[in-house]
Design a protein around this ligand. Structure first.
Ligand SMILES: NC(=O)c1ccc[n+]([C@@H]2O[C@H](COP(=O)([O-])OP(=O)(O)OC[C@H]3O[C@@H](n4cnc5c(N)ncnc54)[C@H](OP(=O)(O)O)[C@@H]3O)[C@@H](O)[C@H]2O)c1
Length: 180
C-alpha cells in the first residue's frame, strides 16, 4: 500500500513549501490555486487529478498570524479574519475533501488507520494548548487570536476524528516546532 496523493494547503512559502516537495520537478506535482477562506470549490479540480484512487492525505497547513493581544485596540474584524483562515478554513477543507479522502480509505480492506490509507493532518501549534500557561504577548509576538484559532482547530480535529472513525480515516494535529 503506497501513498497515492497528498494535498498541502498554503504551500507558496514556509513549511508548506517544504512539505509540498517542490523538488519534484515532474508531472506528479500539481499546483492548485486555493484560498481557504473562500468557498469557491477546488474539489473538482483535485478530483480530476487524483482520480479513482482518491486523496490519500490532506495537510491543512495554511494559516496566518496577524499579531493581536488582549491590550490591542478591540478589532472584531481582525480576530474573525484570522479565525476564518486558521480554523473555519481548515474545517471547510476537511468537509470539502472528505468524499475524496473516503474514496482512498474505502480502497483498503480491514480496520487499519494509517497515513498510507487515508489521513487528515492539521499543522497546529503548541500555542493552541490550553494546558501550557501563556500570555497573549509572548514577549516577541502577539498571539491571542492565533492561540484561540489553534485551540479550536485541535478541538475540531478530535471531534472530526470520531466522526470519520468508521471510515478508517486517520485525523491528527501536530506541532511542527519553531521553523524559520
Ligand atoms: N513556523 C513555525 O515556527 C510554526 C510553529 C508552529 C506552527 N506553525 C504552523 O505551521 C503552518 C505553516 O506555518 P509557516 O511558518 O510555514 O507559515 P508562513 O510561512 O506564513 O506560510 C503560510 C502559508 O499559508 C498560506 N495562506 C495564508 N492564508 C491563506 C489562505 N487564505 N488560503 C490559502 N493559503 C493561505 C500562505 O500563502 P501566501 O503566501 O499567499 O500568503 C503561505 O503559503 C501554519 O499552520 C502555522 O500556524 C508554524
Amino acid at each position: 500500500m503506497a501513498i497515492h496523493s497528498v494535498l498541502v494547503s498554503g504551500s507558496s512559502r514556509g513549511i508548506g513549501l517544504g512539505l509540498d516537495l517542490h523538488a519534484i520537478n515532474d508531472k506528479r506535482l500539481h499546483i492548485v490555486e486555493l484560498d481557504v477562506s473562500c468557498d469557491k470549490s477546488i474539489e473538482e479540480a483535485v478530483d480530476s487529478i487524483v482520480g479513482d484512487k482518491g486523496l490519500t492525505i490532506l495537510v491543512n497547513n495554511a494559516a496566518i498570524l496577524t499579531g493581536y493581544d488582549f491590550f490591542s485596540k478591540p478589532d472584531r474584524k481582525m480576530i474573525n479574519e484570522l479565525m476564518n483562515v486558521n480554523t473555519t478554513g481548515a474545517v471547510i477543507m476537511m468537509q470539502m475533501f472528505y468524499p475524496l479522502i473516503k474514496r482512498a480509505a474505502d480502497l483498503v480492506p480491514g480496520d487499519e488507520f494509517s497515513s498510507s490509507r487515508a489521513a487528515i493532518v492539521q499543522i497546529s501549534s503548541d500555542l493552541g494548548s490550553i494546558s501550557i500557561p501563556k500570555k497573549s504577548f509572548t514577549g516577541r509576538v502577539k498571539v491571542l487570536d492565533y492561540c484561540m484559532s489553534k485551540s479550536a482547530l485541535n478541538q475540531a480535529s478530535r471531534i472530526i476524528a470520531h466522526d470519520v472513525e468508521t471510515d478508517h480515516i486517520l485525523v491528527t494535529a501536530v506541532h511542527p516546532g519553531w521553523v524559520q
